[in-house]
Design a protein around this ligand. Structure first.
Ligand code: OOG
Ligand code: MG
Length: 256
């Protein structure tokens, strides 16, 4: 199989926002290693077209997320400058079937890259933690995929938004931060930071370890999305999503 060709196919569907068949239907022998290679090639294509690597995301780090998509292993994806919303507004035009999920974002101040990284190393290398939301959008029909498919599709990355207020890593017990997500006024999901691998810092530890196998590192200034704390909720034009992070403020996102 031609990984370059598959990367082009995915990049094209990401750009146009149209659904495609799972790669594994056509290529059942694709491995996770192939999938990360396809992801990297896809992103190289976007970078060649002028985009910028601004960070990384972890996905499927909470049980709620794993159960909802039927994939039981954490994965990582690449965040591009074009994915960052500057305002708390999302336009669904050009997206396939977007969903919203609450996350905690770490912003790095030091380079971090080691197989032996510990939570202590992560805290030393972290500038701040910011309440965030991610809008994911699988390019696969019916939002249905295997581990291999979702990795190749850059872990369903689409858009993300970071709140205005960053917090010192020591300002909160991030595992105990409660989250309430409302859509159009009704509570649709609740959770706490501990849903993410016991503590969101563990997600950055795992990301660093996974990246170090490929000789990749977290660079100063990069954003890390640590993974959805709750299940993701579908959004359509006209929705208003509010996510309250206990003691840290709320984000309100308008969908058009
Ligand atoms: C895969 C991406 C998962 C998260 O935070 O768990 C993710 C998906 O659910 O489509 O971004
Ligand atoms: Mg996510």
């Amino acid at each position: 199989m031609d990984l370059e060709e598959l990367a082009k196919r995915i990049a094209e569907h990401q750009r146009r926002g149209v659904a495609m068949k799972k790669l594994t239907l056509e290529y059942p022998d694709l491995t996770v290693e192939h999938a990360y290679r396809i992801q990297a090639l896809t992103v190289e294509g976007h970078l060649a077209a002028g985009d910028r690597l601004v960070g990384w995301k972890m996905g499927l780090t909470s049980r709620a997320k794993q159960v909802s998509v039927g994939v039981e292993e954490p994965i990582y994806g690449r965040l591009l400058g074009s994915m960052e919303l500057r305002e708390p507004r999302l336009s669904v035009s050009g997206l396939v079937h977007p969903r919203v999920e609450p996350e905690l974002a770490f912003v790095m101040k030091e380079r971090l890259g080691s197989k032996a990284v510990t939570p202590r190393d992560v805290w030393n290398a972290t500038e701040c933690v910011i309440p965030a939301v991610e809008f994911i959008d699988s390019r696969y029909e019916n939002f249905s995929f295997t581990l291999v498919d979702v990795v190749a599709d850059n872990a369903s990355s689409s858009k993300f938004y970071l709140g205005d207020q960053g917090f010192s890593p020591y300002d909160a017990r991030w595992d105990e931060v409660g989250v309430v997500m409302r859509k159009n006024g009704a509570v649709v999901q609740t959770g706490a930071g501990a849903a993410v691998l016991g503590h969101p810092v563990r997600s950055v530890v795992m990301l660093t370890q996974m990246l170090s196998r490929e000789d990749l590192v977290l660079e100063p200034g990069m954003v890390v999305l640590t993974g959805g704390i709750t299940e993701a909720i579908p959004v359509t034009a006209g929705d208003v999503v509010q996510i309250a992070f206990d003691g840290l403020g709320a984000l309100e996102l308008r969908i058009s």
